[in-house]
Design a protein around this ligand. Structure first.
Ligand SMILES: *Cc1c(COP(=O)(O)O)cnc(C)c1O
Length: 402
């Protein structure tokens, strides 16, 4: 079967494809239809936080999968209630709204913030977002996504949006002097915008301005969440208290699940009929989410994650010391790494291909930035394997340049 030409004929082309077909996933590795293995440093875009076929995930799949898959929102949904309680207990006092995806989490956030504007916002309206942010592909989320190629060809909903440069506190104060925004929404580490971590000082300063002004603080933890940066959610490194936390990607352990955790000012804004969705929260996704939380709250797992993050970064930093030319702007946090390369987009995608041929799957974002989003189950051996192969290819690139 020629899957490639059937794909081109029948599937609308919204993503570039890699030239491999996956047959199975096990642990931190993917296997293609020819049996070749790939260390998975992409995890389906930060979704498979426990790698592939993790025993706890498989067990939850079997247990919930043989009971019921979908019951709708007219019944109590035990796996979802359990997961909501665990998410709230681990973050801020509040309540959860579940969605199927990240973009829908952003839509729920926009609606909640707007409701608050109308009821308690005292004339505040609109949302401050960062330049190069990514908050999703639905129209409301696209309005908040400040990357021109994502929004420029589409209609823009009319609510006010204010664009702020990363780390620009004066910019935020200037916006607040002239306008009355209702909320600030930020990714603690900008993901598709180029893996740009916000400093803890910036996060704390923004939180302080929100407090002074009476604005809401919303964190988009869709990519950074579920342990990726070493804490359950990345804002927790800065010791701040947001009003709203957006989650998705890793939260369903590989199945579609997203949503928001809404703090005291937002959690009672929706009344029955104000918002909803048919599928979410899928009991099966929520059961898998509980399996992820089981693993995350196991102290042995937590210390594994901490240890591997430390090993990953000390290895990256020592590689940077050996190849300062190629690795000028290494950045990220935890298991979220951005390696900007000074090569052409074509060379970057050739590097991705070459790594693939050597059994390693990485992502390229913003055309020339290698982005690593490994599973939290990553091992030191995986790190060594990646860095060995990666160093060889970086050397090959620089040899060619010289
Ligand atoms: C992926 C992502 C989204 C959108 O999530 P989808 O599930 O693709 O709709 C929003 N915000 C951030 C930070 C993301 O990484």
């Amino acid at each position: 079967m020629d899957w490639r030409s059937l794909d081109e004929q029948y599937i609308i082309s919204t993503y570039k494809r890699l030239p491999i077909a996956i047959a199975k996933g096990e642990g931190n590795y993917l296997y293609d239809t020819t049996g070749k293995s790939y260390l998975d440093l992409f995890t389906g875009l930060a979704v498979n936080v426990l790698g592939h076929s993790h025993p706890k995930i498989v067990e939850a799949l079997k247990e919930q999968g043989t009971q019921f898959l979908h019951i709708s929102n007219i019944f109590l949904n035990q796996p979802a209630i359990k997961l909501a309680k665990r998410l709230v207990d681990a973050t801020i006092p509040g309540k959860v709204f579940f969605s199927n995806s990240g973009a829908e989490a952003t839509e729920a956030a926009i609606k909640l913030i707007h409701k608050w504007s109308k009821t308690d916002g005292a004339g505040r309206d609109g949302i401050v977002v960062l330049r190069n942010s990514f908050h999703g592909r639905t129209l409301g989320a696209v309005r908040l996504t400040r990357q021109a190629h994502v929004y420029q060809d589409f209609p823009q909903p009319s609510f006010p949006v204010y664009e702020l440069e990363v780390e620009d506190m004066d910019g935020l104060r200037a916006i607040c002097k002239n306008e009355k925004p209702a909320a600030v929404l930020m990714e603690p580490v900008l993901g598709s915008g180029g893996v740009i971590p916000l400093s803890e000082d910036f996060l704390r300063d923004v939180a302080a301005v929100c407090q002074e002004e009476g604005m809401l603080l919303a964190m988009d933890e869709i990519q950074t969440g579920m342990g990726r940066t070493g804490k359950l959610f990345a804002y927790q490194h800065a010791g701040i208290t947001p009003d709203l936390i957006l989650f998705a990607k890793g939260v369903g352990g590989g199945l579609p699940l997203g949503g928001v955790i809404a703090g005291p000012r937002l959690m009672n804004q929706f009344k029955p009929g104000d918002h909803g969705t048919t599928f979410a929260p899928s009991p099966l996704s929520a059961a898998l989410g509980n399996a992820v939380m089981d693993e995350w709250t196991d102290p042995a797992f937590a210390s594994h994650v901490e240890e591997v993050i430390e090993y990953l970064w000390s290895s990256l930093v020592s590689l940077q010391e050996r190849l300062p030319e190629q690795l000028q702007a290494l950045r990220g946090k935890g298991m979220m790494v951005g390696i900007p390369l000074s090569v052409s987009p074509e060379e970057a995608s050739r590097l991705q291909q070459n790594l693939l041929e050597d059994g390693i799957l990485v992502d390229i974002t913003q055309k020339t930035i290698v982005r690593l989003l490994p599973p939290l189950t990553l091992t030191k051996e995986d790190v060594d394997f990646f860095l060995g192969v990666f160093t060889r290819h970086l050397n090959a690139i620089s040899a060619k340049e010289a």
